[in-house]
Design a protein around this ligand. Structure first.
Ligand code: PGA
Length: 243
């Protein structure tokens, strides 16, 4: 896994139509599915048709029907998307995605053959109170329990400490390594699933990617802010995704 890392670009609620035209012109030089773009859902059709992968930032917990403003897993899958993010801290905070909602979303995604990147991570207060392990255990087990081994094959975990998202603060490599080990241990000991891939996310940039890339056991990176700056993103890809 380690030399087969993926880079997922979470573009969040950024870019205008004019900006994405120029952006896509530049990213179409990327010829690997190990780089996945998650643009604003509005622009997904423009991102399709090239050699990189395309995912969606979030999906509904519902199957279909009268849910104004939502996008279902079957709709996302029918567009050829490869994955969905689930449980991003911004969705937990602003959209009130509880662990129950997150569990429903994961089931929807898996039912429609979408891979899932499940984002987990502790807040600064939780970290200061030494509750990181407890928080991560709950975030993992409350949503993954009951999934089959075949379903777990389609899950990636993204360890994103909330305090590191968009703040230019990152944990030490040692801390990330220990947390990745802990996540793998929980999934293995409680769900009997070995070596679940774990990505790191939070304030990754062109300067720190060299160091972050040394983290043992890390299967890739979830990149927010730096994915809007293509020079930064290309550097991150160059370091992390070697064919
Ligand atoms: P950031 O965001 O890279 O801007 O910290 C990461 C994320 O939210 O996935």
């Amino acid at each position: 896994m380690e030399n087969k890392k993926i880079v997922v670009a979470n573009l969040k609620m950024n870019q205008t139509y004019e900006e994405i035209k120029d952006y896509i012109e530049k990213i179409k030089t990327i010829h690997t599915k190990r780089v996945v773009f998650c643009p604003s859902a509005l622009y997904i059709p423009y991102f399709l048709g090239y050699d990189y992968g395309v995912g969606i930032q979030q999906i509904s917990e519902q199957v279909s029907g009268a849910y104004t403003g939502q996008i279902s897993s079957s709709q996302a899958a029918s567009m050829g998307l490869v994955l969905t993010l689930v449980g991003h801290s911004e969705c937990r905070t602003y959209l009130h995605d509880t662990n129950t909602v997150i569990q429903n979303k994961i089931r929807q995604a898996l039912d429609h053959k979408l891979n899932v990147i499940l984002c987990v991570g502790e807040t600064k207060e939780q970290r200061d109170m030494l509750k990181t392990d407890q928080v991560l255990t709950r975030q993992l087990l409350s949503v993954l329990q009951g999934l089959s081994q075949e379903q777990l094959n389609h899950i990636y975990i993204a360890y994103e400490p909330v305090w590191a998202i968009g703040t230019n603060k990152i944990p030490t490599n040692r801390d990330i390594e220990d947390t990745i080990k802990f996540i793998k241990h929980i999934v293995e000991s409680k769900l009997s699933f070995t070596d679940i891939p774990v990505l790191y996310g939070g304030s990754i940039n062109a300067k720190n990617i060299g160091k972050l890339n040394q983290v043992k056991g890390c299967s890739g990176f979830l990149v927010g802010g730096s994915s809007l700056k293509l020079q930064e993103l290309f550097k991150i890809i160059e370091v992390a995704v070697k064919e």
